[in-house]
Ligand binder design. Structure first.
Ligand SMILES: Cc1cc2nc3c(=O)[nH]c(=O)nc-3n(C[C@H](O)[C@H](O)[C@H](O)COP(=O)(O)O)c2cc1C
Length: 180
């Protein structure tokens, strides 16, 4: 059965390495018959969660009227959420972290997302430097009761397009193609 996949791109850099990972994932997922909606949070204006709990008394509505408002309906339609993002400061970019924190509203009005995946790229020559960020993603996914379908991690890519020819692109395609 076709699933609704929300593909969340975390980089402000258009046509960059994580964008190319997202392209390949999307190609595979569409070939497998799924609906893919892609959003660019790297260029969105999203404030951090204020912990005001307004959403608890307003049926999951967030009081901050910023770019996140256009993403909430998509989160409610999604079966699967996939993050395609670069590493910033050995974590995810602040824009993507704000997006994730703002999903706090999902406690008040739950999303129906049951599966997730991560496509992650970064400059460091030591691939293990991604381990803490990937572990954080896995723990958060477990807390959200989202099954992790896969993680594609590509290191040693800095400049825009450096990922061209990297086996990680095929991994991203295969991950999308494998979704049932
Ligand atoms: C603000 C900023 C912070 C970064 N921090 C890291 C880092 O902590 N570790 C690392 O290996 N690469 C770091 N990088 C490099 C990016 O992860 C790398 O260039 C990545 O391929 C960019 O992906 P993109 O083309 O999708 O934007 C950083 C880049 C920027 C612009």
């Amino acid at each position: 059965m076709a699933k609704n996949i929300l593909l969340v791109h975390g980089s402000p850099r258009k046509g960059g390495n994580s964008d190319m990972l997202a392209d390949e994932f999307e190609r595979g997922a569409k070939e497998a018959g799924h609906n893919v909606t892609r959003i660019d949070v790297g260029r969105a204006k999203i404030g951090g969660c204020m912990a005001c709990e307004y959403c608890f008394s307003h049926e999951g509505e967030c009081c901050q009227k910023d770019d996140m408002q256009q993403f909430y309906p998509l989160l409610h339609e999604a079966d699967i959420i996939v993050y395609a993002t670069p590493m910033y400061f050995y974590n995810f970019p602040a824009q993507l972290r704000a997006f994730q924190d703002r999903m706090f509203c999902g406690i008040a009005k739950p999303f129906g997302i049951t599966q997730t995946a991560l496509l992650f790229c970064f400059e460091d020559k030591d691939a293990t430097r991604a381990d803490p960020a990937v572990a954080s993603f896995q723990v958060a996914s477990e807390y959200c009761k989202q099954e992790v379908l896969g993680t594609v991690v590509v290191n040693n890519v800095y400049e825009k397009g450096a990922i061209a020819g990297n086996p990680g692109l095929e991994e991203a395609y295969n991950l999308g193609r494998s979704i049932q």
